[in-house]
Structure formats: C-alpha cells, structure tokens
Design a protein around this ligand. Structure first.
Ligand SMILES: [Zn+2]
Length: 310
C-alpha cells in the first residue's frame, strides 16, 4: 500500500502514464483500487479532472427530470452522462496499470463518440422540419457512419499499442487523442456546421437560442484547449492540477447540457411538432448505435489484452 496523498515526479512513473507538459503531481501506479477512489480527496494532477467530470455527471442526472422516458431527449441526456462517466473512470483509474490506462482511455473515447453522434438523431428530429421517414433514414446513415469511424479509430488505437506490447518502443505522441480526434473532426465538424447553417436560415425558438450558442461556443473552446493545452504548455511547473483539461470538461458539459436544454426549449415552444413514431425510430437507432460502440470497444480491448499476454 502506497502513501495516501503522496505524489511523484514525471520521471518516477512509467512513460505510458505521463501527460504532455505535466512535470509532477502523479499518483503512484499499481496501487489498490481504493487508493484511486480515495484520490478524490487529496491533491494530485488528476484531482480537478476527476471533480469536474463528477460535477457534470450530477448536473446531467438532474436534467433527467425534464426528459420524457425513452424519448430522443432522454437518449441525448444518457449520452451526455456516458461521456462524463467514462471520462471520470479514465481520470480515476488511468494510473492503476498500463492495461487499465489503455482500456480506460479507449472507453473514454467511446463515450465521446457515443455522446456526440447522438446529437445527429436529436438534431434531425428536433431541429429539421422534415418527414420522419426521411429523418429515420438520415439518422440510420449518420449512426452507421459513426460506428464505421469509431471502428476504424479502434483499429488504429490497437495498432498504436501493438508494437509496444510486442517489445517495441512506446511513443507518447502517437496513441490516444490523435487517432480519435483526427477522424472525429470530420464527423462532428459537419454536424456543427449544419447546425450553424440551420440556425442562420431558420432561427430556433427564442428560449433555446442562447443554449444553442452556448453549445457551439463551448465546443470550439473545448477543441482549442484540447489541441493547444494552454496554460500548462507555457508554464509546466505551475499548472499540474489547474491545467487546461478540467476546463475542457466544463466546456464538454456546457455542450451536452446546453444541447439538452436547447432541445427542451424548442420542444416546449413547438409542442405540435412532436411525432411519437419518429421519436421511437430515432431512439431505437440511438440505442443500436450505443450497443454497437460498446461491442466494438469490447472486441478491441479483447485484442489488446490478448496481445499484452504474448
Ligand atoms: Zn478528460
């Protein structure tokens, strides 16, 4: 059992656990589970990451109160919860073992892919005034696209770690963020451009306008912080805990909660637009999307675990 509250420097942990621009404040690796859970209450470089994810989960759970059971909004809210739950798990257990680290971050990216892809059906059903058969076909194609891109990202993720498991060297720059974000930019960028275009041509209800703007601005801020990692890039000694990452969580929370609130307001403004059949089809598609992502992540983890025993 290690010393609770003890932190070590970058050079004292295996390279796989190190974060760009973060010099110290690392928790001890290979400790029992409860050490990482209890790390919610002592200071280290993941401290604010854990809390910012946890607070967002609690806020999202509160929003369930307003989301009709098994509606598109309900699924959108679940997706928001999933993003932050897997993020919380990643920041909590990522220093446990190298396998836990790789698994946690794969699930973290799965949460992000599920969360953001669920915007597509919600957007189709709540924002576009198109026939629901068309919305269902577009939703199915969009979700199929998401599953294909996620599957391809998982393949790359596995390929990044494989040489390391087989005695090759570990290159911190290659895995994790880049494989998933690069491909995701296409997927999400188009959705957000469509949203901005739609909002410009057909403005949403007055109550939801600010929430849509909040979601779009927060997404841009999140992408900026994830890419440029300021301020720790400039002052690696002073920003171990108060680095950019907790702020990306806050931005992500503002995106997911902003969208739920915006769609809630739109539905309240135009109650006659509600169509049960369309909602049911899109919920079914969304649940299928979530299940497919879980299966793909499971298969990838199985492959990684098998490779790590060789
Ligand atoms: Zn995170």
């Amino acid at each position: 059992m290690g010393c609770l509250g003890c932190c070590v420097e970058r050079n004292d942990v295996p390279a796989v656990f190190t974060e760009p621009f973060i010099k110290g404040g690392y928790r001890l690796p290979n400790q029992p589970y409860h050490y990482y859970l209890r790390s919610l209450f002592f200071q280290h470089n993941e401290f604010l990451n854990m809390w910012s994810a946890l607070i967002t989960i609690i806020c999202h759970c509160y929003l369930f109160k307003y989301c009709p059971f098994f509606s598109t909004l309900w699924v959108l809210n679940i997706s928001g919860v999933l993003i932050h739950v897997f993020s919380f798990l990643a920041h909590t257990f990522s220093h446990y073992t190298s396998k836990a680290h790789i698994s946690c971050y794969l699930l973290d990216f799965m949460g992000i892919y599920i969360g953001f892809s669920q915007v597509i059906p919600s957007f189709l059903v709540l924002q576009f005034d198109i026939a629901f058969d068309w919305a269902a076909i577009c939703g199915a194609l969009a979700l199929l696209w998401n599953v294909t891109v996620f599957n391809s990202c998982c393949h790359d993720y596995y390929a990044c770690w494989e040489p390391w498991f087989n005695g090759g060297s570990f290159d911190q720059k290659k895995p994790r963020v880049l494989t998933f974000v690069k491909k995701g930019v296409w997927l999400y960028g188009i959705i957000w451009l469509a949203m901005i275009a739609k909002m410009t041509i057909y403005p949403p209800s007055s109550g939801s306008y600010n929430f849509h703007i909040l979601a779009i601005v927060s997404l841009l801020a999140e992408c900026f912080l994830l890419t440029y990692r300021c301020p720790e890039r400039w002052y690696p000694d002073y920003f171990e805990a108060l680095r950019s990452h907790p702020f990306t969580h806050i931005c992500a929370g503002a995106v997911t909660m902003g969208l739920v609130k915006a769609f809630l307001e739109d539905r309240r403004a135009w109650p006659d637009d509600y169509n049960f059949k369309g909602d049911f089809i899109l919920v079914t598609l969304s649940v299928t999307n979530i299940c497919c992502c879980f299966v793909i992540a499971y298969m990838t983890l199985k492959k990684i675990y098998l490779a790590s025993y060789n």
